[in-house]
Design a binder for this molecule. Structure first.
Ligand code: PMP
Length: 313
């Protein structure tokens, strides 16, 4: 199986990846004026099907991000999903993939602004396994603060804002941790460098609200439904204090990239028993079953790329 894409959607058509190139003068490269998404497709060998997780939600968020940055993505979410399916079929992927749509200020112009700059959209997809860490993650509390809505909106998935995520991630890893949890300007927990966070305390699941300078994660939203509707748990969207992290019984991170990863230590303190807890394990199983299209009730969350006649069960 190839580990590099062969094609990209670029300038309105599917082209060889080698032809999907931009100039060093591109506005987005110079000023971070692009917005992006990240989706996954899961290959289900029993169904001989590649399922993309919630593409309409992802493309709606991409369009919203673009609009915050004064860009216009003319295609509807449905049209973008169809373009993505065409791209994945051109690649003929029969393995798990990670998909990157990127709307960017494409004019080759000097000048820091958002208006009167042309924009463009590209999509590519790379093979990516579904590696999930079996060991619990050890996080620290980052010394960096999360970007604020009044500086660069975290809900916007703006490329320039990922300098904040990159500072957070590298300082965590180079200090010997796996990941970091980041406080917002209020001093409340926002999220990890590129994932949302949940804690479990006394049987209640808690995650920061969407106005805590978090990305409005599509996995986050999906897990809230599964935790409540399928596992019968109370889920609260409310601010989380730093010290609540230390006292949590369980903690996990979630997102398209990280998938679902248990956190077992924060700042050298064990979370709960210091092992992955039962809620994290159970929601992790739900997550995988839903993503692979194995749960009939949530089949509408996954979008089949290949003709559905081949689906057998
Ligand atoms: N927060 C940040 C900062 C992220 O980059 C991501 C990954 N897109 C997430 C949360 C998780 O979002 P999603 O579930 O939509 O992948």
């Amino acid at each position: 199986m190839p580990d590099q894409p062969r094609f990209a959607y670029f300038n309105g058509e599917i082209v060889p990846i080698a032809d999907a190139k931009v100039s060093v003068m591109t506005h987005a490269l110079n000023y971070g004026t692009a917005v992006f998404g990240g989706l996954r497709g899961y290959w289900n060998p029993d169904h001989e099907q590649l399922y993309v997780f919630r593409p309409l939600e992802h493309f709606t968020r991409l369009r919203n991000s673009a609009s915050l940055m004064r860009m216009h993505v003319p295609q509807t979410p449905e049209a973008l999903r169809d373009i993505l399916h065409d791209l994945l079929r051109a690649e003929d992927y029969r393995q798990n993939v990670y998909i990157r749509p990127l709307a960017y200020k494409s004019d080759e112009k000097i000048g820091v602004r958002l208006h009167d700059i042309g924009d463009a959209l590209t999509i590519f997809a790379v093979p990516m396994g579904d590696y999930v860490s079996l060991k619990g993650l050890h996080c620290h509390i980052s010394a960096w603060r999360r970007v604020d809505d009044n500086a660069i909106p975290a809900r916007g998935k703006v490329t320039g804002a990922y300098a904040n995520s990159a500072l957070i991630k590298s300082d965590a890893v180079l200090s010997g941790f796996d990941e970091a949890l980041v406080l917002n300007e209020d001093g409340h927990v926002s999220e990890a460098s590129a994932a949302n966070v949940f804690i479990v305390r006394d049987g209640v699941v808690i995650t920061p609200p969407i106005n805590a300078n978090v990305l409005e994660g599509i996995v986050r939203r999906s897990l809230i439904t599964l935790l409540h509707d399928e596992m019968g748990l109370e889920v609260l969207e409310r601010n989380i204090d730093r010290t609540e992290l230390y006292l949590a019984d369980e903690m996990f991170l979630c997102g398209t990239g990280v998938q679902l990863a248990g956190v077992t230590r924060v700042d050298h303190r064990p979370i709960g028993s210091g092992e992955i807890g039962p809620v994290t394990e159970e929601i992790g199983r739900w997550f995988m079953d839903v993503m692979y299209g194995r749960v009939e009730k949530y089949r509408e969350w996954v979008s089949p790329v290949y003709a559905t006649e081949t689906v057998t069960g």
